[in-house]
Design a protein around this ligand. Structure first.
Ligand SMILES: [Zn+2]
Length: 449
């Protein structure tokens, strides 16, 4: 049976590419996932699966997972609702942005291939949404053209993660066409709003979807992640005292304070936090790797050359491993760090910088000996040209909800590479697709048979 499944996937090499092209030509930016989800739902129905389609209930997510639920996002309005401690449903309602930040026309799609009973079940999870195509002028290929040259397909979402979604669909198709008997259920989840929220997968957990294991088909170069880092999008708002240049000094006394003068104090404290936590935190599997990465990403502020700036806003991001702490602890570290900068500097003491957050993701990790890892690595060894390595991925993804909220042993495995994503001319090497489909189909077979 194993060789029949592998051969079936090989037979579909052309179809995989055609179908991926078809899905890339359906734009499904975050907030506009409807048509992409229709495509997936009708494909699942075509395979004879029962399909469940629903719009995530934001209030339910905040009620059930108050530390975890995020504001819905839209590619045009990403990260627009800041919060000081945690996002809340009430603040979303009060923001009057519910007309954009909602899930109307943005359903999750779940298909179930029902097994004969008595076997282990498996979730395949992928997100249909993609990030913006901006800066659009930097693309040399049509972002929705699915152009191919030299065994490479270009397009928004081709790696992140339409190839993963298509690989999962074709893996199921191979098993259905061969009539492979499975005892456990296979649950295929195509979710909305993974980018900057994760509410689609969270809503699958809230709806009660569970299994004995899950595979998130994000781009890992057909390698295996047994964990993902957490992330915090943070900001600090600094205030100044605006005075024209001629009035900055009253005698020897400073009257005019630019918000930007105070930035070095805040930035130095943040870089010190990064150094300290990296000196302390060690992950047993990753002794040579720093656990915390803080970017100082962007500064905006000031109005005029001859006036001290009344305000400036510093934005950045922090990625961290579980050995640094959980996401709420990292948020607290950031708050305390800016608090230390406020205390250490007399001018900041008068005009304290304020911390806010735009988005937070927790870490997740599963044991390297999880049965699903052993199963995937052993089938992968046969079709991927060697044992796929197992390690923690350096980005955050929906794995966290399946593990932390769903209690499901979950790994990440998919075609394409996460370092190619989110930028102009996103691409995928097409030769990675058949081995990925073979690995997924054989893993389903071994796991659910
Ligand atoms: Zn992704």
């Amino acid at each position: 049976m194993e060789s029949k499944i592998a051969a079936k996937a090989e037979e579909k090499a052309g179809k995989i590419v055609d179908l991926l092209g078809e899905l890339v030509r359906i734009p499904s930016l975050t907030g506009e996932e409807g048509k992409g989800q229709d495509f997936v739902a009708s494909y699942l129905r075509g395979l004879g699966l029962e399909v469940d389609q629903w719009e995530p209930d934001i209030k339910e997510l905040f009620d059930k997972f108050p530390d975890v639920a995020q504001y819905p996002t839209h590619w045009q309005h990403d990260l627009i609702l800041p919060y000081e401690t945690l996002p809340t449903y009430e603040a979303l309602m009060e923001s009057r942005k519910m007309d954009v930040l909602n899930y109307r026309g943005r359903p999750n799609v779940v298909g179930r291939l029902t097994g004969e009973g008595g076997g282990k079940s498996l979730i395949l999870n992928g997100h249909i949404d993609t990030v913006t195509i901006e800066p659009v002028g930097e693309w040399t290929h049509d972002p929705f053209g699915a152009e191919i040259s030299d065994d490479t397909m270009f397009g928004r979402g081709v790696s992140d993660m339409k190839a993963g979604v298509i690989a999962g669909l074709i893996a199921l198709e191979c098993l259905v066409e061969l009539g492979v008997p499975l005892r456990g259920d296979v649950i295929f989840q195509s979710v909305v709003n993974e980018e900057h929220a994760g509410n689609g997968t969270l809503s699958c957990v809230a709806r009660g979807y569970t299994a004995d294991a899950a595979i998130v088909m994000e781009p890992t170069k057909n390698e295996v992640w047994n964990g993902n880092t957490g992330g915090v999008y943070w900001g600090a708002k600094l205030k100044g005292r605006p005075r024209p240049t001629g009035a900055r000094w009253a005698g020897r006394t400073q009257e005019g304070v630019s918000a930007m003068e105070r930035l070095p104090h805040v930035i130095n404290q943040l870089m010190d936090l990064e150094r300290r936590l990296n000196a302390q935190a060690r992950h047993p599997d990753l002794p040579e790797q720093n656990s915390l990465s803080i970017t100082i990403g962007r500064v905006r502020g000031g109005h005029y050359d001859t006036v001290t700036a009344s305000e400036c806003v510093l934005n950045g991001c922090a990625y961290f491993g579980s050995e640094v702490g959980n996401v709420l602890e990292v948020m607290e570290h950031l708050r305390q760090t800016v608090g230390r900068a406020n205390e250490a500097d007399p001018l900041l003491r008068d005009l304290p910088a304020e911390v806010f957050f735009l988005h937070h993701d927790d870490t997740s990790e599963v044991d390297r000996d999880e049965p699903i890892i052993r199963t995937l690595v052993s089938v992968g060894e046969k079709v991927l040209g060697g044992k796929p390595p197992v390690y923690r991925g350096n980005v955050s993804c929906d794995m966290r909800h399946l593990v932390n909220q769903g209690g499901i042993p979950t790994i990440v495995f998919g075609p394409g590479s996460w370092d190619l994503i989110h930028s102009p001319d996103e691409f995928i090497p097409l030769r990675a697709l058949v081995p990925c489909v073979q690995t997924l189909a054989l893993t389903i077979y071994e796991w659910c048979k």
